[in-house]
Each structure stands twice: as C-alpha cells, then as structure tokens.
Write a protein that binds this ligand. Structure first.
Ligand code: FMN
Length: 453
C-alpha cells in the first residue's frame, strides 16, 4: 500500500476564504489486491473486495484503463489509427504523426485518448464510452456492496499546454463536487474572488496519481478526509470540466490557427452599425506591411477614412467619375443607374481603407518588357500586403470587402484625399462587423490548382 498524508496550506486558506470547508489535512492511499481486470468484470464488486473499509465521504480514484477493460473497450492494435479516427471529433493540432484531438467525450487529448500502455501487446484501449456513467455505476455498486456513500472519479493521464509533464485529470465523476466555485467570496485579505473556480476533481485525480503510479499495479486510490467534496447523485459529472469551444481562447494549435486564419477571411459585403476599433485596423496595417516585396522595398500605404465626411466626399466623387465613364461607353441612363447602385458596398460600410502602392526603389530598365515586369512585381507585392491586411482583420473578427473601384479613377481619389501623385490607389477595403456569416463554400482541392514537374 502506498500512503501519503497531506496537510495542504491552501486547504486552510480556502477554509478562511470560502467558509469552513472542513479539512486542513487528508490522507490518500493506493490499496493492493485488485486483480487484473477483464471484460465483463463487475468493477464495484472487485473494488469492494480490495477496499472493504471504504467509508462515507471517501473519494475513490479509478484509473480509466481498468474501466475500459471491464467495459470491453479493447481493440487489436492494427486498428489504432482507425480507432483514433473513429474517436476524433475535431483535430486541434497535428505535428508529424502526433495528433491532439477533441474526442467523442469532449476531451482534448493526444491520440484521442486511445492508449497502448498497460494493455497486452497487440491491443489498444479506448476510453470508456461515457466515463460519467461509468463513475455513477461504480458509486452505485459500492453503495450496494458496502453500504457506503463515496465519491468516484475516473481518471486518465494527460499532457497540458504550457506545462511539461503529464498529470492525471478527471474524465468521469459521480457524487463529487467537480468544480468548487469560489466566485463571490473573498480571499484572506478581503479581496473579492471574481474568477476562482477550483477544478477539485482534477486535483483529486492528481493526488491519486501520486500513490497509484503508472506501473505498480495499483489502479485505484482512496482519498479520505475531504468529505465536503462528496455530494449527492445530482452533481454534474466530469463533463462540466470541459471548457466549451466558444470560451476557449486557445481552441487550436499554432499551425492550425494560422491555416484557419487564412480561410476565415471571406468577402463580407454587409455590416452591422457597430463601430470599428481604429486600433484593430492599425494592428492589421502592421501585419500588412510584413508582406514580401521586391528589392527590400516597402511599397504599401493605407489611407484610413475614419470620418463620415471623408468617406462621403470620396464616394460621391468616385460615383461622378464612374457615371462619366459609363456615359462615355454609351450606356443608357437606366443602365448607368443600375450599375451605380451596385457600388453600395462601400457606402454601407462603417469604415473604409484605401490601400495604395508606391514604387519607391523600383528599378528602371528603359525597355518595355522589363519595366512592365518590374511594375507587376510591385503590384503583386501590394496584393500580398492587402491580403495580410484582410487576414489580420478577420483575426480581429472584422469583415472586409476589397473592391476595385479606386483603381479606375486614381486621379480623382488622389485629388479628393489629398494624396501625393506617386500613391496609386489599389481598390478600397470596406470594413465592419459582419451582419451575418458568409455562405459556406465547398473546399477547393489543392490538386485542381497544381502542376507537378
Ligand atoms: C482586386 C480585387 C477586386 C475586387 N473587386 C470587387 C468589387 O468591385 N466588388 C465586389 O463586390 N467584390 C470585389 N472583389 C471581391 C471578390 O468578388 C471576392 O474576393 C470573390 O467573390 C471571392 O470571395 P471571397 O473573398 O469570400 O473568397 C474583388 C477582389 C479582388 C481581389
């Protein structure tokens, strides 16, 4: 038997903080005597035999592996990758063959929690189908076998972002206050606690791991002395410990987030009235000017139209220029009116930016072929800068539409906005909070766009 008695200082602090929590010390031990578990075994009955002195208010920490074995969640190892696929709901991060995924239990884990350790060679273990239900069954079985009211936590070993090393966490629970919400209370100095929700079930799981060990053949631990964490059958299970995607500021791994940021950018043509944060636009400009450009130049300028007057003056002047172009083309007045109405995307946006190209540092060859190529290099670099800008705006949750109009009346734009003669407007970007999500677009297969030589 491995035995640890702990007198955590924090328990005392918490007793002061959140009222009398009833414990300044607890004992945790890992009993011997549990046989190798096989499919169909009654786990509660086996535990009752190994730990007959369980008492009301104890918390039993049960390694998920023996739960999986009892529940027959064993597969031939040849199926491991298929098993991971089947258990995966969402890929969070991938590096080489290592996959961190959200699994069907809502847990974010390496390889979906499909495990090849502590199981016979050639087999892998899946996590229990519903670990909270497993915990409830063990709790009910122990009540029946021993007449005791104990909390049960099903544990699994997990890595964590930002921290080296593995620790046990709660993946299933019954009769345990899995979260201890101290918000609304005060600390020992009287400061209000506004964010403190303690993951009690995870702390219990980690305490149990200190005595169970990984290879010692002791898959169960008992915590005694913390009866306040044990509660009735109505407590939510360990599922309550899973942070929902909407509240998760770190929903994706780095490379997945980069890829998603690119695909998140879509043309948004309708915006709410909510104002645009000028700071967010400046952050996007800072990202824009990191784009690749020829000869170590920085050919980007951004004119930010932050006043309604400046936007209106520009749009009215551009409309006049456009109407003049259309009349010169011989279009009817009705056709002119119809086309001009389509320009409303800029008029309806709460914020406009006009990206401009400057050719400072361009080479002059004196022959048309190379001078045209030089100009194109700068134009594509301008496009790369605008794309960076739009992607960064999408990262700020701002929608954008890059439209061409200013390119067709550059003199007018320069005059109205008072820009230097060598600033070439490269369209305009309407910016705002999207009125609705863009329409889904089928993924485009890379192969369609590739020629391999
Ligand atoms: C140089 C350029 C000019 C564009 N001009 C217009 C335009 O005048 N009006 C418009 O509604 N969209 C314009 N767009 C946006 C495209 O229509 C849009 O990118 C395309 O429909 C693909 O949709 P997505 O941006 O959501 O991927 C322009 C895009 C580029 C790159």
């Amino acid at each position: 038997m491995t035995d640890v008695t702990a007198a955590p200082a924090r328990a005392e602090e918490r007793a002061g903080a959140g009222g009398d929590r009833g414990a300044v010390a607890y004992r945790v031990w890992a009993p011997d005597g549990l046989p190798e578990v096989a499919a169909g075994d009654d786990l509660a009955a086996l535990i009752a035999l190994a730990v007959p002195d369980l008492a009301d208010g104890d918390v039993l920490l049960v390694t998920s592996k023996i739960v999986s074995k009892a529940e027959g969640r064993v597969l031939a190892a040849a199926d491991r990758e298929d098993a991971i696929d089947a258990e995966t709901v969402r890929v969070v991060a991938r590096r080489g063959t290592l996959r961190i995924v959200e699994n069907r239990q809502g847990l974010v884990m390496a390889a979906a929690g499909v495990d090849a350790s502590n199981t016979p060679a050639g087999t892998v273990l899946l996590l229990p189908e519903d670990p909270d239900a497993s915990a409830r069954r063990i709790r009910a079985g122990l009540r029946e076998a021993l007449g005791v009211d104990v909390g049960v936590v099903v544990t699994d070993t997990s890595g964590r972002p930002w921290r080296s090393g593995l620790t046990d966490v709660a993946i299933g629970a019954a009769g345990v206050r899995v979260l201890d919400d101290l918000r609304g209370g005060t600390d020992a100095y009287g400061n209000p606690l506004s964010a403190t929700v303690v993951a009690t079930a995870d702390e219990l799981a980690a305490a149990g791991d200190l005595v169970k060990g990984k290879a010692a053949g002791r898959p169960v631990a008992v915590v005694r002395g913390l009866p306040h964490v044990v509660a009735g059958d109505g407590e939510p299970g360990a599922r309550a410990l899973v942070r929902g995607a909407a509240d998760d500021m770190f929903r994706l791994g780095t490379s997945e987030a980069v890829r998603e940021a690119v695909t998140l950018r879509r043309t948004v043509r309708e915006f709410t009235d909510a104002p645009v944060d000028p700071g967010a636009v400046r952050r996007a400009v800072a990202a824009a000017v990191t784009a690749p450009a020829p000869h170590h130049t920085t050919p980007w300028r951004f004119v930010l139209l932050e006043s309604a007057g400046a936007r209106l003056r520009l749009l009215d002047a551009m409309r006049e220029a456009w109407i003049a172009d259309l009349r010169r083309d011989g279009k009817s007045e009705e056709s002119v009116a119809r086309r001009v109405r389509r320009g409303d995307v800029l008029r309806n946006a709460p914020y406009l930016a006009v990206p401009c190209l400057v050719m400072d540092g361009a080479h002059h060859y004196g022959d048309p072929r190379r001078d045209a190529a030089e100009r194109e290099m700068f134009v594509v670099a301008a496009g790369a800068g605008v794309q960076n800008f739009l992607v960064a705006l999408a990262g700020e949750r701002l929608g954008s539409a890059w439209v061409s109009s200013t390119m067709f009346c550059r003199d007018v734009v320069r005059e109205v906005l008072g820009l230097p003669g060598d600033w070439d407007p490269m369209g305009a970007v309407a910016i705002g909070h999207p009125a609705s999500a863009p329409k889904e677009r089928p993924a485009r297969a890379a192969e369609t766009f590739i020629a391999v030589r």
